[in-house]
Design a protein around this ligand. Structure first.
Ligand SMILES: Cc1cc2nc3c(=O)[nH]c(=O)nc-3n(C[C@H](O)[C@H](O)[C@H](O)COP(=O)(O)OP(=O)(O)OC[C@H]3O[C@@H](n4cnc5c(N)ncnc54)[C@H](O)[C@@H]3O)c2cc1C
Length: 593
């Protein structure tokens, strides 16, 4: 099935759900109006369709290979990497002074969706490089920026994030990698890192590893972790490459999915390294980037869902079985069975909702930096609130839609030849890495809910109510009728929030037991909010004589489907939030009996 990047949907969501206009109105991004953004997204879509998508199956079938201490990527990957780099895609949002194009992060996020959808295993590589660029830009020394940033931005070198160790997964306080002073102002790293994405490969001339480790006198726990930079090939003062550093891939993992992405065990055996940022503040530095990285993983969820949806839709229009309840046609396309149509419609609505959440989060992050001074704090709160939702809710949508995609294919979904199974396998990692979705839910009810005494959620509820009022005031009956279920869903968010705020600090197990249900509830309703805004904008756009009526009325109908299938379940989500921890605690022994 030929993949087509959904550029029109992405641009529409960016404009109407995420309110991109506020960003284009800033002085910083005056050159990045919507027309320019559309052109960039078209170009990204072309790379996704023509360069990356054709390699998706190849990456899955061949995977990356490890032999004699080196990693080779799947056939075609290194050439695609070259084209990707030459197109300037690593540097879309990077600083202009380092060779980037200085686009808003929101545009980078939007472009990345097309790459993730086309080839998630490939796009992971650039995603990690973007993280390294951001880290060095924010906390690197002037020398580090001068030496490393231009090369990362051009893609000539790539970047990695080395956090995880066998005993230190979610709990990074347990990191034990040691950094010994080398007597010349640098350090020698000793330790093992696992699951390092694109830890070694044959696509770039050098690999810049950002590594969490401990200085000899570091305090225990998270307050004793520092961030180091260790390149695969040492870098001379003039930027030229020196000898190999004492670090190597010790092997690659054999995984459920994303076979094209080399996931390495990395051995640091006295590797020369330099400190990045301040000693013992490595985790804090990492957290600066975490918001961006988590959002990018959320976008992977949107991308893989889109890919799986397109594949399922194409199959449903071809495969013929049974008599259609609508048309009476015998041997009808399965697309004409209401249950199959429901699967596709709910999938499409959830993709639009997840995209709306991710793009809203990205625009909020940009406005928190460059928006009108008086509004920055409010946008920061919005970004902070939306990050765990964008990450967890969207990646859950990724898995769900990919699973539905398999279902639409029937038996053909379970055998490998259609490719539907690959999307399902690929999608499964996103709820796990960059902080598991369970950890995102803890972040939401822990840090995010408590910010300014619940201000972030209160603000979101206010904004959602404004949109509900627009629905109620609409002259279009199909929009008007979505207001009551939307309003009831907003009330469920308010009730859940009040219940959790009351118990925060006094009954922590109850709060933690309800965390995932709370994230799901807020995600469902915030997703509905972004769909409502798209539906309202679609209704307004229908007035234009050259409007694409099918596509626009589709946006309205999708919100209706979402209201009936997702928003209507909010009461159930609320009950799960309020379940409390007692029954779970009491079950302890019984679960193992
Ligand atoms: C393909 C792949 C690529 C990866 N890429 C990278 C990379 O580039 N760099 C890197 O550093 N790491 C990477 N990782 C590691 C990834 O980030 C970790 O796997 C993830 O953080 C979870 O850690 P863990 O596997 O040790 O699971 P654990 O921490 O053992 O968690 C197991 C389960 O327990 C739950 N849990 C743990 N602690 C708590 C708690 N306090 N409260 C509630 N629930 C909890 C988790 O939610 C999870 O469901 C990658 C992993 C994979 C599989």
């Amino acid at each position: 099935v030929t993949f087509r990047a959904p550029v029109r949907d992405i641009a529409f969501s960016l404009e109407t759900a995420a309110g991109y206009g506020a960003l284009a109105a800033t002085e910083t991004y005056a050159d990045w109006d919507l027309e320019t953004v559309r052109t960039v997204l078209e170009a990204a879509g072309q790379v996704a369709d023509e360069v990356l998508a054709p390699l998706n199956r190849v990456g899955d079938a061949h995977g990356a290979a490890y032999a004699n201490g080196t990693v080779t990527t799947a056939p075609g990957f290194s050439d695609a990497y070259r084209q990707f780099s030459e197109g300037g895609w690593h540097g879309l949002a990077a600083p202009v002074e380092h060779g980037g194009q200085g686009a808003p992060k929101a545009v980078e996020v939007a472009a990345l969706e097309t790459f993730q959808a086309a080839n998630m295993a490939f796009a992971l590589g650039p995603m990690l490089t973007l993280g390294a660029i951001e880290a060095l830009h924010l906390v690197g020394s002037e020398r580090q920026k001068a030496l490393y940033l231009d090369k990362l931005v051009s893609g000539v070198w790539s970047g990695t994030m080395n956090l995880t160790e066998p005993q230190a997964g979610t709990d990074l306080a347990a990191v034990t990698t040691r950094a010994e002073p080398d007597g010349q102002g640098g350090y020698l790293l000793h330790g093992q890192k696992i699951y390092i994405t694109w830890g070694d490969h044959d696509c770039a001339e050098n690999i810049v590893h950002l590594v969490l480790g401990r200085l000899p006198d570091a305090p225990a726990g998270t307050k004793g972790i520092s961030l180091f930079l260790a390149p695969k090939h040492l870098v001379n003062d003039d930027g030229s490459l020196g000898p190999r550093n004492d670090l190597r891939p010790a092997g690659i993992e054999h995984k459920l999915g994303i076979h094209g992405s080399p996931t390495c065990v990395m051995a640091y055996e006295g590797a020369k390294a330099e400190l990045v940022g301040r000693p013992n503040e490595g985790l804090a530095h990492m957290f600066i980037m975490m918001n961006a990285a988590r959002l990018q993983v959320g976008v992977q969820g949107v991308g893989i869902a889109e890919r799986a949806y397109q594949q399922a839709l194409a199959y449903a229009r071809e495969r013929r079985q049974g008599r259609s309840a609508w048309t009476g046609e015998a041997n009808a396309p399965i697309f004409d069975h209401p249950d199959v149509r429901r699967m596709l419609a709910v999938s499409r609505a959830k993709i639009d909702a997840a995209r709306g959440i991710c793009l809203s989060c990205a625009v909020a992050a940009d406005l928190a930096r460059v928006g009108p001074e008086a509004e920055r704090a409010r946008w920061k709160l919005r970004e902070e609130l939306l990050v765990p939702i964008a990450k967890a809710w969207s990646t859950d949508v990724g898995v769900e839609v990919a699973s539905v995609g398999v279902q639409v294919h029937g038996g053909m979904g379970f055998v490998e030849e259609t490719g539907a199974a690959q999307h399902y396998r690929d999608a499964r990692i996103a709820p796990i890495y960059e902080g598991t979705n369970g950890v995102q839910a803890l972040d939401l009810v822990g840090r995010k809910l408590g910010m300014n005494g619940g201000q972030a959620v209160r603000d979101l509820v206010l904004d959602m109510r404004r949109t509900a009022a627009d629905l109620a005031a609409s002259a279009e009956p199909r929009l008007q009728s979505t207001e009551p279920p939307f309003e009831r869903a907003i009330e469920a968010v308010e009730a859940a929030t009040a219940w959790l705020l009351e118990r925060r600090g006094t009954s922590q197990p109850d709060v933690l037991a309800g965390a995932t249900a709370y994230l799901a509830l807020v995600g469902d309703v915030a997703g509905g909010w972004t769909l409502a805004k798209q539906a309202l904008a679609a209704e307004a756009a229908l007035a234009s004589p050259d409007a694409d009526r099918t596509w626009l009325t589709g946006k309205i109908a999708l919100f209706r489907v979402y209201a009936d299938n997702v928003l209507a379940a909010s009461e159930g989500r609320l009950a799960a939030v309020r379940q409390g921890a007692d029954a779970l605690h009491a079950l302890g022994e019984a679960l193992a009996a």
